[in-house]
Design a protein around this ligand. Sequence first.
Ligand code: ADP
Ligand code: ZN
Length: 627
Amino acid sequence: MDYNVALPQFRNAMEPARRILRDIFGYDDFRPNQAEIVQTLIDGGDALVLMPTGGGKSLCYQIPAIARPGCGVVVSPLIALMQDQVEALRQLGVKAAFLNSTLDWPEVQAVEQALLAGGLDLLYIAPERLLAERTLDLLERATLALFAIDEAHCVSQWGHDFRPEYRQLKVLHQRWPEVPRIALTATADARTRAEIVEQLDLGQARHFVSSFDRPNIRYTITEGDNARERLWRFLEREHPGDAGIVYCLSRKKVEETARWLSQKGRTALPYHAGMSSREREANQQRFLREEGVIMVATIAFGMGIDKPDVRFVAHLNLPKSIEAYYQETGRAGRDGLPANAWMAYGLQDVILLRQMAEESDADEGHKRITRHKLEAMLGLCEDTGCRRQALLAYFGETLAEPCGNCDNCLEPPETREATEAAQKALSCVWRTGQRFGVNYLVEVLLGKENERIRRFGHHRLSTFGIGDELKAAEWRSLFRQLIARGYLEVDHDGYGALKLTERCRALLRGEEPLTLRKARRPERRKPEKAAASPAAIAREFDARDAALFEALRELRLELAREQGVPPYIIFHDTTLKEMVVVQPRTLEEMGGITGVGAQKLARYGQRFLDVISNPSRSAAENPPPSP
Ligand code: ADP
Ligand code: ZN
């Protein structure tokens, strides 16, 4: 079947595009913005696409690349993931290939010949490879449908994904002014957008900015001590057996946490920049190919991971900015099924990040931005209103109603009048000379008469022992909120001494009341609706349907193993779920299931039909997990 838009049987550009969507991808409709973007490219225009993770960016260039004459060139920084991206397309029957350093010479030659012979619809290339003169010459001799620049925020010096080669991609426009270009990113802020336009010479491009809301993600931000224990309770309660990511700040904490989770019986693998690239690659492959693996990682992990069934992203430390938080949590639930973004942070995080923001040897301008971003992140954490409203507001989007799917909506935090307690805390800082950290100050407030306090003579202070209305943990929480709100600053001498700021005056004089959130009792909330783990999906169905779902998953895993690909490349959970609900009996009915295109129907349709007509055989050997 030829979908070339130039063919006479097509009356307009969107006709072949819709056919491709239905026949190849197995989807009924475009999502918001997809159709307009596809049309823009087919018509030869440039596009800048800002869409959240899971929004469906890939279709925006894949469909025009198939419909336009020639090959679409996709620039992607993610060599380790190219193979899976290309494999996913081949499973759909799309002629796709990649060029990167993992190929040997005969493989490279085969790809080049296919390209020159017009036998490719999509070619994935790493930027450094693309910019090599040899590759540019090769492309000169081929017919090009479009250039897609994925992860376009890599041009930005401010983000943590900066790739210098991205800045040279301007050359594409200079050499091929008539070939349409599309730049895509899930980074939402206006500054990055402006940088992309400037650096990639996209002044003529139409902008498509989607809503950045991810309604299926439930945001929860918890504060206090014992983050790891609380993580464990969260995993036990909501994600036994699910795949997910746990982010930590340091390599050491990554290692420790992965070991700890493994000892508790979960499959948990570490990932950080201190490991060899071979180890990292191996762990990433297991995360993608096995089911139910937890990746414990620093922020080095995650860009471009398009595993759709990551059911949770947990943070054991505070991210540095809302951008980072949004991007990292966005890796959950790409398939649109319920997912959790869960964070635990504490006083130490606030102190550490504050210090890091001050200490960095960046210039004052850069420091100011870092500080500002951290303020915004702390503001989100301490907020008592809807998290999603606050998050979207940061990206300039308005959500009219509270979302009903974040911790603050589900269980509004209790607040308490804290003016007097705050005054005690602040005057304790003042009277001890602004030279001490939180733990010491709490001891003074509670009247602990230890050797150190005696040595400094602080047992004679008027603030000694005036704080017995709160427990130590509550004082720590109060200090954390005072720091987060900017009443106290942390000295960056490395010892974490607290100092009063200008903001304190009004509070100390009693001219400004202070309300703070009460610490929640840890994790007592019952989930309203468990996230869509395989176990939870199975629970939704009756016993017979649950057995069928398990049998279908079993077949999927078997097919994936045979071919050495991730299970989700065969079918997503959403597709299997629809099979259970619809129970197709013929190939034609099977073809109507979302995500079953012509090629997958031909390759796998019958085998899945067989299981649907007789699930008991394989299900008897593999009973569904007990809830
Ligand atoms: P992104 O790159 O924006 O993170 P993807 O391109 O990986 O997102 O798409 C996310 C998921 O949504 C994929 O599983 C994809 O197959 C699916 N998807 C994309 N567009 C559609 C559509 N029009 N209808 C149904 N599913 C879609
Ligand atoms: Zn909410």
